[in-house]
Design a protein around this ligand. Structure first.
Ligand code: CP
Ligand code: NVA
Length: 323
């Protein structure tokens, strides 16, 4: 028998049929509710309790970029929820031969119950969502990685026992999907966030303006600086990401120079709180954005974070797909 989520029964949130494209589309309460559902589903899975909320449903997954965690966690998540997932790489489908996004979205809407898409421009996923008659979930674009940040928030909650009132810092490439989704996600749940990035790699200005608005609503603080030592002062949560994201490989050498001084290492982390936790969405480049001793050391929770992709996404799938 499927257990009801009595803890949340009093709250009425209706995600059915909606898209999951960026965290700024959701209220603080909606994000906290999805995290609650993730906690419940994780407990059920750990206790071996079946939870086939999506029996008979199928998730289509389109990948224009590589993936280990996103692909496997969505696929396993659908299986654990009683459904199935289909993997489509753009190079093996007609999308790679130029079939339009609108025709693809309309056709796939006739077969599957939802689409998860990992692609390059954020506009492409918005176009998919516009033409699809089923929910579209963002599995990463150049601009946003919201399912990763849901897993990050779940990991912080597990390790710190709370979200609001904590301080997070993100050191590295500010104009990247992780920085943007962390800005929105952290501020929505009341976590102060400081981002330190070199000149030329600061966060997207539109996202920053929107983030300032979110900060006003939740009372959380936002700081954007070029100074990693300033950003990491008293941080509870230290985050970084690769300096060269997928699709930017031609800029690798230039970026290695630009990000000198922005490595997360033991010296820098002396300025964080003594019990800070370290997050990285992975894959990581040890010796570049983070030292091996840090990511493989006692402050690192990167494998809990990777596991939580599964649980956080199952909550999204359950809430957005359940009939
Ligand atoms: N963190 C993350 O999205 O990993 P993958 O690229 O392996 O999916
Ligand atoms: N910023 C990285 C995240 C990988 C999960 C990228 O886009 O490649």
């Amino acid at each position: 028998m499927i257990e009801t989520m009595q803890k949340n029964d009093s709250k009425q949130f209706n995600f059915k049929g909606k898209n999951f494209l960026q965290l700024s589309d959701f209220t603080t309460d909606e994000i906290l509710y999805l995290l609650d559902v993730a906690v419940e589903l994780k407990a059920m899975q750990k206790q071996g309790k079946p939870h086939p909320y999506l029996s008979g449903q199928v998730l289509g997954m389109i990948f224009d970029k590589s993936s280990t965690r996103t692909r496997v966690s969505f696929e396993v998540g659908m299986m654990q929820l009683g459904g199935q997932a289909i993997f489509l790489s753009s190079k093996d489908s007609q999308l790679g031969r130029g079939e339009s996004i609108s025709d693809t979205a309309k056709v796939l809407s006739r077969y599957v119950d939802a689409l998860m898409i990992r692609t390059f421009t954020h506009e492409s996923i918005e176009e998919f969502a516009h033409h699809a008659e089923i929910p579209v979930i963002n599995g990463l674009t150049d601009l946003q990685h919201p399912t990763q940040v849901m897993a990050d928030l779940l990991t912080i909650l597990e390790h710190k026992g709370k979200l609001a009132g904590l301080k997070m810092c993100y050191i590295g490439d500010g104009y990247n999907n992780m920085a943007h989704s962390l800005l929105e996600g952290a501020l929505k749940v009341g976590i102060d966030i400081s981002i330190a990035s070199p000149e030329g790699y600061m966060p997207n200005q539109t996202i920053v303006e929107n983030a300032k608005q979110i900060a006003k609503e939740t009372g959380a603080q936002i700081t954007i600086t070029h100074n990693p030592v300033e950003a990491i002062q008293n941080a509870d949560v230290v985050v970084t990401d690769v300096w060269t994201s997928m699709g930017q490989e031609a800029e690798t050498e230039k970026r290695l120079k630009a990000f000198e001084g922005f490595q997360v290492n033991g010296d820098l982390c002396k300025h964080a709180k003594s019990d800070f936790i370290f997050l990285h969405c992975l894959p990581a480049h040890r010796g570049e954005e983070v030292t091996a001793d840090l990511i493989d050391g006692p402050h690192s929770v990167v494998f809990d974070e990777a596991e939580n992709r599964l649980h956080a996404q199952k909550a999204i799938l359950k809430e957005f797909l359940q009939k």
